[in-house]
Design a binder for this molecule. Structure first.
Ligand code: HEC
Length: 132
């Protein structure tokens, strides 16, 4: 193939790939916006906050570096689960309650209160609701 033809092919490949990349980004944006609206938090801040509070030592959490703990359930797909901790219907206000004080919800749960502040809980919950 001559140089001109291969440039042309590369151009076509780029033209085809660009809208695809945009479409993927778009879907991600929609999820992030919906999760922010549900919780009043910023999903982009969730991963760092979860690392700060040590959630990763007990949970496997997609998108959180080093989060491969096996003590608690994996949080992949948590947005689509019906119950939180097997006891609370999965709704934003309940997620905030659980993150801040799980033992107040279920005195027998093994998940400790790690001292998450109300505003940090909103950002963490926002991120969790992007995990569909
Ligand atoms: C010491 C281990 C430990 C730490 C630290 C911990 N968790 Fe948990 N977590 C658990 C366990 C165990 C459960 C299961 C609780 C149950 O079903 O009673 C759980 C359950 C959950 C659930 C409900 C999952 C489901 O499928 O119902 C969420 C959400 C959650 N944790 C988020 C967090 C977040 C966010 C943090 C950090 C702020 C965190 N956890 C820190 C152990 C932990």
């Amino acid at each position: 193939m001559n140089a001109r033809a291969s440039r042309l092919l590369r151009g076509i490949a780029l033209l085809l790939a660009a809208p695809l990349a945009l479409a993927c980004n778009g879907a991600h944006d929609v999820e992030a916006r919906e999760a922010a609206a549900m919780t009043g938090g910023d999903p982009a801040r969730g991963p760092d906050l979860m690392r700060k509070y040590g959630c990763q030592s007990c949970h496997t959490i997609p998108g959180v570096v080093g989060a491969n703990g096996l003590v608690g359930p994996p949080l992949a797909g948590i947005a689509s689960r019906s119950y939180i901790g097997g006891v609370l219907p999965n709704a934003p206000e309940n997620m905030l309650r659980w993150i801040q004080d799980p033992k107040k919800v279920d005195s027998l749960t093994a998940m400790p209160n790690v001292g998450v502040t109300p505003s940090d809980a909103r950002n963490i919950a926002a991120y969790l609701y992007t995990l569909r």
